[in-house]
Ligand binder design. Structure first.
Ligand code: ARG
Length: 460
């Protein structure tokens, strides 16, 4: 058995069970790029500070590049007995270049090393998620552009509420996604500080320069407090929180579209490209991708909860428990990326059924609130208007008709203020024309929202 890098004080080697239980190489090899980047920056800094010769530095840089090449070519052998990505690469470098490699870990611990690698990884992950959020936003705006003027029932409590433009609803998702991206950017700005040089927890007496490594790795600056630098994973909690909120948004979109694709709603038809069938029922065409978007939100939320529970009982500074921070993050990022990509594809492959929607529109008294506003314009206090329209609706329910089917005499029997012009307010087409307030579903307002997003997302 190879002697461990930390083996000096040990007389016996660890049992196979412990070795298997404590390894992280099976998953943290995903950090190899960041680990090599960090080691290169560290070696360069050590040479600048006179802690390593320039020739040792060059040997190390060349060796690390060769190892990176081997990893990318699938030729590198990851060894469980070398525990994690950091020791695998350092030991392989020693195998490759000999003595100079033994200087690389000067003024460095795996504790600051892993914190640095992981921040770099999360930073890249954030950039990747944000670009996918933008793609989904573009797909939704384009879907809106293809469905100009289409009015759909708006719901509250999943009961018919007021008419809205489909474009307005689609742009609501776009707004939510914009805040999701904003949360990730906030998280990115806060995580972009460098732990490297914090060493195990206390820093070092050696003359390192943490500003050099921080700059080389694109961080805003070195973290101020070495104990904090190796201890906290709040950047991960923020990333997973942001992902969870995005996941909840996507899950609601999934739920809505699955519902709308049902025979009962029939508002939306996904193309074959984004549907799947049943192994027993030959007629089936299911919106599985959006069901799985809804389903995968569960694991994204679960990953956040795992991390919160992982961190809550840890005394300062580093604890090995923190090795458990990787898998939930990898899982969450993979899931959210897939959810965003598939949602965009679904949006590109879905059509809204104008006829079916138009047939559904007259039912449910969607124009009742517009009618109450009509009475307000005639000088009636809103609470009284509400009551008058409520009694009008009750009359409709007893007659099995809509508000626009009531005659002026019938309306006047409820209140004499109704005039012929009331019919300009009734029916969804008329009703929707009355919306004027900022942010409302009125066509001018929605057109303004669309222009905003076309410009912001550079849609041509
Ligand atoms: N594999 C460890 C992790 O992921 C690296 C740090 C280990 N440090 C230590 N002192 N055992 O957290």
């Amino acid at each position: 058995k190879e002697v461990k890098l930390w083996g000096g004080r040990f007389e016996e080697s660890v049992t196979d069970a412990v070795e298997k239980f404590t390894e992280s190489i099976s998953f943290d090899k995903a950090l190899y790029k960041q680990d090599i980047m960090g080691s290169k920056a560290h070696a360069s800094m050590l040479a600048k500070q006179g802690l390593m010769s320039d020739s040792d530095r060059d040997t190390i840089l060349k060796g690390l590049e060769e190892i990176e090449g081997q990893i990318e070519a699938g030729q590198f052998v990851w060894r469980t007995d070398r525990e994690d990505v950091h020791m695998n690469i350092e030991a392989a470098l020693t195998d490759l270049v000999g003595e100079p490699a033994k200087k690389l870990h000067t003024a460095r611990s795996r504790n600051d090393q892993v914190a640095t690698d992981f921040r770099l990884w999360c930073r890249d992950a954030i950039d990747g998620i944000i670009s996918r959020i933008k793609n989904l936003q573009i797909a939704l705006v384009e879907l809106a552009l293809h469905n100009e003027g289409l009015i759909v029932p708006g719901y509250t409590h999943l009961q018919r509420a007021q008419p809205v433009l489909l474009q307005h609803l689609l742009l609501a998702y776009v707004e939510q996604l914009e805040r999701d991206a904003g949360r990730l950017l906030d998280c990115r700005a806060r995580l972009n500080f460098c732990p490297l040089g914090a060493c195990a927890l206390a820093g070092t007496g050696l003359p390192i320069d943490r500003f050099i490594t921080s700059d080389a790795l694109g961080f805003t600056g070195p973290m101020r407090n070495s104990i904090d630098a190796v201890s906290d994973r709040d950047f991960v909690l923020e990333l997973l929180s942001a992902n969870s909120i995005t996941a909840v948004h996507l899950s609601r979109l999934g739920e809505e579209w699955v519902l709308w694709a049902s025979e009962e709603f029939g508002f939306l038809t996904p193309s074959d490209k984004v549907s799947t069938g049943s192994s027993i029922m030959p007629q089936k065409k299911n919106p599985d991708p959006m069901e799985l978007v809804r389903g995968k939100s569960a694991r994204v939320i679960g990953d956040l909860v795992s991390l919160l529970v992982l961190c809550k009982g840890l005394p300062h500074a580093y604890n090995r428990d923190l090795q458990e921070d990787k898998e939930p993050v990898f899982d969450s990022v993979k899931a959210i990326v897939g959810m965003l990509e598939v949602s965009a594809e679904f949006a590109q492959n879905v059509s809204f059924n104008r006829e079916r929607i138009q047939k559904a529109l007259p039912a449910g008294h969607l124009d009742a609130t517009t009618l109450a506003d009509y009475l307000v314009k005639k000088g009636i206090p809103f609470r009284t208007s509400h009551d008058i329209v409520g009694r009008s609706v009750a009359l409709c329910v007893s007659r099995n008709c809509e508000l626009q089917d009531l005659s002026l005499d019938e309306l006047n029997s409820l209140n004499p203020v109704f005039d012929k012009d009331v019919y300009e307010y009734l029916g969804v087409e008329n009703s929707i024309k009355k919306f004027k307030s900022y942010g409302s579903t009125g066509s001018e307002c929605v057109a303004g929202q669309l222009d905003y997003w076309i410009d912001k997302l550079s849609i041509s």
